[in-house]
Design a protein around this ligand. Structure first.
Ligand SMILES: [Zn+2]
Length: 124
């Protein structure tokens, strides 16, 4: 089992769930025509904190989610700050812009659909 999962705590688990939910909404609403696959979640703890369900994403969104999960787990700060307030830009070039776009889109989507309860906080 990969070592980085040892770093999973309550706060990170919550952030991972937000990350996965937001990417799922974006992909569902914007990439309807793309070929989709079940996002592979091998670690049982990770699976649990993502809601114990399969995530179906296009290849690009799947890559972005893997990147986001890895970055979140290896975050050197304790407690982890909100990503959008963090001075360390740990995402690889291209990914940061993408994730910000996704956070904006899905955040607005949840507001429009009255799901303020899900808007605990923005990561980006
Ligand atoms: Zn997608």
């Amino acid at each position: 089992m990969p070592k980085i999962f040892e770093r999973l705590d309550g706060k990170k688990a919550k952030d991972l769930k937000v990350l996965a939910d937001f990417i799922s909404i974006f992909c569902r609403e914007n990439h309807r025509a793309e070929v989709k696959d079940t996002f592979p979640i091998k670690d049982i703890r990770l699976r649990h904190c993502l809601g114990d369900k399969d995530l179906v994403l296009c290849r690009d969104c799947g890559k972005l989610l893997s990147h986001g999960i890895a970055k979140l787990l290896i975050c050197p700060y304790d407690p982890k700050p909100m990503c959008k307030k963090c001075e360390t830009h740990c995402y690889a070039p291209g990914y940061r812009e993408k994730i910000r776009k996704i956070m904006r889109f899905s955040g607005l989507y949840l507001i429009k659909h009255g799901r303020l309860d899900l808007m605990v906080h923005y990561l980006f």
